[in-house]
Design a protein around this ligand. Structure first.
Ligand code: RB5
Length: 143
């Protein structure tokens, strides 16, 4: 399973810490590659492009709070980006929402908590069933 990861400057240190922890997974790092200021929508777009080109199975996005980059990612069809803040929410984001992007706040969360969320997400399975028609409704955005 290939995991892509991207952040703006607000998530840069967290991205590097996650990559170090999962160094055996060889995550696909889409940037940013320095702590210099960048715009988080550009990194949400890089993630969406990588997922749509099947360069990774799912992704991790990080900005300062996680809010901006999740708003940006969720503008794209087929993206279910979940801003999670504990392992219970990470589990449900997989089981109920079949999230394909996990989002974290690099300035608002501790590395250990983020690692717990990722581990829990990796161990969880989408339940389908009643949740699928809800996901189908999300894809149908016509008013
Ligand atoms: C960048 O300073 C900051 O605004 C960004 O990382 C993020 O928190 C936006 O939601």
């Amino acid at each position: 399973m290939k995991i892509a990861i991207a952040s703006d400057h607000g998530g840069f240190e967290m991205k590097e810490a996650i990559k170090r922890h999962y160094e055996n997974c060889n995550m696909l790092d889409l940037g940013t590659y320095t702590p210099d200021s960048v715009d988080y929508p550009d990194y949400a777009k890089k993630m969406v492009r990588a997922l749509s080109e099947k360069k990774a199975d799912w992704g991790i996005l990080i900005c300062g709070t996680g809010v901006g980059i999740s708003i940006a990612a969720n503008r794209y069809k087929g993206i279910r980006a979940a801003l999670v803040y504990n392992s219970e929410v990470a589990r449900l984001a997989k089981q109920h929402n079949n999230a394909n992007v996990l989002v974290f706040g690099g300035r608002t969360m501790a590395v250990d908590d983020v690692i717990n969320c990722i581990d829990t997400f990796l161990q969880s399975e989408y339940e389908g069933g009643r949740h699928q028609c809800r996901l189908d409704k999300i894809e149908n955005t016509e008013l």
